[in-house]
Ligand binder design. Structure first.
Ligand code: APR
Length: 190
């Protein structure tokens, strides 16, 4: 199930919230800063324990890492690193799509029934919201459809377990309106 909320992701009582982090994964501005502030210093310590895959990089662009949520209402924080937008011709769409796929997969692997995701890369990283939202909606719809089918196969009938709830948490009214438009008229998202 997909929902749209306009507000502060750190206040949401869901199983996991997604953080739009950077590759160092030790905090920053924007939603990253808000999540670290709300989770408390334990989050920084947990991020510090995430192994570097190469000097200064704990989470490569497009990948995702999970930590506890500490003081947050959310049980987990899933840190993902979106692409810095240049012109959309340098692999940015593919990397952004991977952020959503990998965050959702990590949430499912950890038994999350609800996950809230901010508008990854559309702030400091400059991704145009209209383009980013199309990718986000396409990837979430695809993930839920595949997961639902898989759950049904496993149970041999319509899944009795509730489907994962995915919440697009938009900080601004404008961003929420972009998502509403996409989800309401079922745009053939590219
Ligand atoms: N709740 C929900 N959404 C938020 C919040 C919040 N508390 N604060 C900011 N946002 C929104 C922004 O308005 C934007 O729509 O999150 C979206 C992502 O913006 P950024 O946080 O700037 O993230 P991003 O564009 O992916 O850039 C990542 O910024 O904060 C640093 O460490 C981070 O270097 C990384 C870079």
């Amino acid at each position: 199930m997909i929902k749209i909320i306009q507000g502060d992701i750190t206040t949401l009582a869901v199983d996991a919230i997604v953080n739009a982090a950077n590759q160092v994964m030790l905090g920053g501005g924007g939603v990253d800063g808000a999540i670290h502030d709300a989770a408390g210093p334990e989050l920084y310590k947990a991020c510090l324990k995430v192994p570097e895959v190469r000097p200064g990089v704990r989470c490569p662009t497009g990948e995702a890492r999970i930590t506890p949520g500490f003081k947050l209402s959310a049980k987990y924080v899933i840190h993902t690193v979106g692409p810095v937008y240049r012109d959309g011709q340098h692999g940015e769409p593919e990397k952004l799509a991977a952020c959503y796929r990998n965050s959702l997969a990590l949430a499912a692997e950890n038994g999350c029934k609800s996950i809230a995701i901010p508008c990854i890369s559309t702030g400091i990283y400059g991704y145009p919201i209209e383009d980013a939202a199309k990718i986000a909606v396409r990837e979430v719809k695809g993930f839920l459809a595949a997961k639902n089918a898989n759950d049904a196969k496993g149970e041999g009938r319509a899944p009795s377990r509730p489907q994962m709830e995915v919440i697009f948490c938009c900080f601004s009214e404008r961003d929420a309106a972009v998502y509403e438009q996409l989800l309401s008229c079922g745009d053939p998202v590219v």
